[in-house]
Design a protein around this ligand. Structure first.
Ligand SMILES: *[C@@H]1O[C@H](CO)[C@@H](O)[C@H](O)[C@H]1NC(C)=O
Length: 133
């Protein structure tokens, strides 16, 4: 009996694409340190070093990455950790942790001297402030 390759190829390719497809996630970082303070941000994951970025007070910098797709409830394992420096301060925080951030796709952070406050805009909406790591 011949294996029905032709009939199977479309769903098979579709399924493989679905596995390879990553959600696109945007992480936005806003400088809310205080008037006149520039914020230097340096973010990295296991695969990517995004370099240093200087954000003026009130300004925003963002990065986008393609998330590795994992079926519920495992979620993505991508982790981005950042350092934040202004004046004589030097702090660290994991800016993207899918478990903590409910797999956010639009993750907006306000960086204050006390720590980062996250506004997760999609797929679940919530706001929470964290202490520095
Ligand atoms: C991500 O966040 C979860 C929940 O807060 C925590 O248990 C886990 O250790 C964090 N992952 C890493 C790699 O830090």
């Amino acid at each position: 009996m011949a294996f029905p390759t032709k009939n199977l190829s479309f769903p098979l390719i579709f399924f493989m694409l679905l596995l390879a497809w990553g959600d696109c996630t945007v992480v936005r970082i806003k400088n809310d340190i205080g008037q006149g303070n520039k914020l230097t941000v340096h973010c990295q994951s296991g695969d990517d070093n995004l370099g240093k970025h200087v954000i003026p007070f009130g300004g925003e910098w963002d990065f986008t990455f393609s998330n590795n797709w994992r079926p519920w409830p495992w979620g993505s394992t991508t982790l981005f950790h950042c350092s934040f420096s202004w004046q004589r301060e030097f702090k660290r925080f994991d800016i993207y942790n899918a478990t903590r951030d409910f797999d956010c796709e639009d993750c907006q952070w306000s960086i204050t001297p006390d720590g980062p406050c996250g506004d997760m805009l999609t797929p679940y909406v919530y706001s929470l402030c964290y202490p520095w790591d």
